[in-house]
Design a protein around this ligand. Sequence first.
Ligand SMILES: C[S@@+](CC[C@H](N)C(=O)[O-])C[C@H]1O[C@@H](n2cnc3c(N)ncnc32)[C@H](O)[C@@H]1O
Length: 332
Amino acid sequence: MRYIGGKTKILPFLEEIITGEVKKAESFCDLFAGTGCVGRYFKPKFRIISNDLMYFSYLLNFSSVGLNKAQEFENLGFNPFEYLNNKELPDVLSEGFFEKEYSEKSGRMYFTLQNARKIDFVRAQIEVWKNEGRINSEEYLYLLGCLVESVPFVSNISGTFGAYNKIWDRRAKKDFVLREITPVSNNKKNKCFNKDANELIKEVEGDILYLDPPYNTRQYISNYHILETLAKQDNPEITGKTGLRVNSEGQKSDFCRKRTAPKKLKDIIENAKFEHIFLSYNTEGIIPLEVIEEIFSRYKNYKKFEIPYKTFKSNSRTKDRDLKELIFYAKK
Ligand SMILES: C[S@@+](CC[C@H](N)C(=O)[O-])C[C@H]1O[C@@H](n2cnc3c(N)ncnc32)[C@H](O)[C@@H]1O
């Protein structure tokens, strides 16, 4: 998934840096996990603890990082992907939330009518199976995780759900398919959380702590509100041109606010019960680099690494700027 601050491209660099500093470790905590690509990458090596404030991120991480095997759907008795992907929609289908609010019908051109109806059908069917006790709670979370993973492939957006395109993108015209996430086993008890990082840090401990907080003022809940609604299955009150979730104040991040971000970062490092701490940040982040240096240099072995950074593609404003991704390291 295209994700603000997503780290897919820098994973090999990150690994090189971590391997250079850490000789022996059993656990790795991805405290701001987003898409879960970091946890997935390091899962073969470490026991993973993953966390994010967004519930849709929790589901993506649960399905790929938390689980160690594919779900069996024994009680359901058939493959839900085959069923959901092949089922013809009935001609008379009551209008669902996505059709009403996020299809061409509503004027919010996030999905074609056909795809919005299919998404509504999949959402409703998953709920029916859960309510009838035909899928267990792991299978339920896993199916929703797959739904979150699949929907961006047919969304009429360029980058985030902060806005929809005014003309149909080629991707959006493709038929919606529910994709399977295939978890890779590491035979370890990985754990996934959906908490505020500053709270969770007081409850977990381990060897490596990787911090990838937001670095600018773009709130994730506003930019991925549709994924959050898919994940929560709550069909909330929405508002405005893009149909934002109304009650989302509690999911706004202090790391996206200049005034609060430095203190929140400092608190995490102070409370961390991890031997090795790595922080990803970039040269245009809202926490001044001197502040980060000051926080990290209080600890042992402080180092700063620079990675040439290809800026976030959908944002033409920053395209050619000389942004650099930085990795800060300290030992506690
Ligand atoms: C830069 S992104 C992480 C990207 C991730 N490493 C990836 O490659 O997909 C920052 C993440 O921090 C999460 N976040 C923001 N504030 C948070 C908080 N206070 N506690 C936990 N997660 C938070 C956001 O929801 C977002 O997913």
